[in-house]
Design a binder for this molecule. Sequence first.
Ligand SMILES: [Zn+2]
Length: 456
Amino acid sequence: MKLLVKNGHIIRWNAASQVEQLQNHHVLIEDQSVRDIVTTMPPTFQPDEIIDATNCAVVPGLINTHHHLYQSLTRCLKSVQDAKLFDWLLGLYEVWRKLDFEAVKLGSQISMAEMLLSGCTTTNDMFYVYPRESDVKAEAVIEGAAELGMRIHAGRGSMSLGRSAGGLPPDDVVQSEPAIVKDCERIIHRFHDHKPFAMTRIDLMPCSPFSITFDLLKETRTLAKSHGVLCHTHVAETMDETEFCLKKFNKRPADYLASADWIGPDVSWAHCVCLNAAEVKLMADTRTAAAHCPSSNMLLGSGIPPVCELLRAGVTVGLGVDGSSSNNGAHVLGECRQALLLQRVKNGAESFTSEDALRIGTLGGAKLLNRTGELGNIAPGHAADLAIFDLNAVEYAGAAAQDPLGALMLCSPTRAKFVIVNGRVVVRYGQLATVHLPKLVERMNEAVRKRFRTAR
Ligand SMILES: [Zn+2]
């Protein structure tokens, strides 16, 4: 299958990882990868499909490095709209105990649909709520992604410490530790694809260092290493969490994780809001990556993560929208802008540029997922993951004539016109090409009205 993206304004990374803007260039795609970027079509390249990218910006598919896809089922939940993290979680667990396979698949597809339409081609997912009486399985998310044509790092989440054991969640939404380990192994064997261009990878993602025992934290890490899969968890999201860990373990969250070997280039920590200078250095020295979720940190009032400090120290930083219950949106292009704005609030106007914002949304994410050279850029041999935005949109009027990259990062975000994942067109003219979205939205609102709505 040969695909031609014709006459676009290409925004990509050069060999020195600096942004490069190429006007009126064509991207030649063959099967799942980019073959070349050219100004004149080679006569031997006979495309099966041509996408006209005239007056469009063509950027590497955006990468979302932190999400809980099912949470669109409980976005804007009235009872927790104004709560901070721990109260927010306590309120939500009461509703999440109603989750089943169909609901999780539906909620996940809504989140992914929203992300694809925002130019995102690869997403992380941490799914960690397995209520005792429910038929929920990891397959709900994995099948959902396959139907939409989205690349996914599906995380096997876990919680084993219920309220009676000093944890936050009710006892009936946590699992026994042997059951967790068994299911981690099951889905790695069944779904993890280690090959280049894999559409499905399995990562191991305990919900947080304090939602499972220290033994399971260590065992999960050993299991991940033995299978060559990545590890990801929430770390240092709030001051409450730091105090909780100091009281319970006599260690700050980062120290506690380091003591369980949860550091290294195959480990990423979501949030990293409450890090001190020594912890930033620890991440740099151990090449542990950070998934930055600006909207979620703002909505829950968690704080401003030291992203500029992390980047200066050489830490890999990816971008995350976080779950749709703590962001309420999953617009990954818009999240690049949020990251830029939030760092500027703390560090000033010169601290974080449009290039920095695109970098964490593409190259940074690829590196966090251990997929450098495969994802995050438009270059020969890379996966054909592209997002194409119409620069004639009113949101970019004037800005596009000034600086297309600045337009995408600084103006109000728009819907992608075309999105290509692994060489397959999954968004055409701003509409999903793989599923009928209006039907999905209708089913979603119906499910929420019937089962997931709360009185204030
Ligand atoms: Zn999260």
